[in-house]
Write a protein that binds this ligand. Structure first.
Ligand code: DX5
Ligand code: ZN
Length: 218
């Protein structure tokens, strides 16, 4: 079970301080957006490199970008320990996942809400994590899409059936109100952006979210 706060809605003028607040989390989730794959622009490699440099916990990069086949390996090279690219954007997802793994990082496959898991069920072992979006990617602060829970459950069932060690991450609208629902459906890795950074005490909120999930793991 992992709590991965998204820094998307933190104070970007103080990244070091904002990262320090979540030092009790498992990973820091960093959303890279290119204004093409999603209608928003966040940061690219130089800023991610700076984040990796100052973070006290490992970095989970979520690439919401076109042409990840070309760009994703650079995030691995920069020192991100987990690199997730989107199924909808990759020309050759298997080749890319294998390339990332050969660089010693965890390879994640991201699915937008309308993208089914079924085409990937036979190749789950090629990935270290499946990221199931619970909002349309692009912005923090949106509401959790409950109808994604069957997809989470089907993914979890397939992983367990084959005895695989693949993490199931939910991302978008995860908060005190929704985290247990996602855990019950089979998620084990939870991204929470605004729930953590809009809380009065981000550190305490990470602990609180973790305490809610404990006891709900499958
Ligand atoms: C959305 C991002 C998420 C999101 C998380 O495109 O991938 O990481 O911003 O933020 P909240 O928890 O506020 O939905
Ligand atoms: Zn994300």
């Amino acid at each position: 079970m992992r709590i991965n706060p998204s820094i998307l809605n933190c104070d970007f003028s103080d990244l070091k301080g904002e990262l320090h607040k979540i030092r009790n989390a498992d990973w820091a989730h960093v959303d890279v957006m290119d204004n093409h794959f999603v209608p928003n622009l966040t940061m690219g490699l130089p800023i991610v490199e700076a984040i990796i440099e100052v973070s006290e916990i490992p970095i989970d990069t979520h690439l919401m970008i076109e042409d990840p086949d070309r760009w994703a390996p650079q995030y691995a090279e920069a020192g991100a320990k987990s690199v997730t690219f989107h199924a909808e954007a990759a020309a050759a997802p298997l080749r890319l996942a294998r390339e990332l793994r050969s660089m010693g990082v965890r390879a994640g496959l991201g699915l937008k809400p309308a993208t089914p898991i079924e085409p990937y069920l036979d190749i789950l072992d090629e990935f270290d994590m499946i990221l199931i979006m619970t909002v349309e990617p692009g912005f923090g602060g949106q509401s959790f899409i409950h109808s994604m829970m069957p997809k989470v459950s089907r993914t979890r069932e397939a992983i367990d059936k084959h005895g695989l060690d693949v993490w199931v991450q939910v991302d978008g609208g995860v908060s005190r109100d929704t985290i247990e629902i996602a855990a019950d459906a089979g998620a084990d890795t939870f991204v929470a952006g605004s729930a953590v950074y809009k809380a009065e005490d981000a550190y305490a909120e990470v602990d609180h979210l973790r305490s809610l999930v404990l006891g709900h793991t499958h």
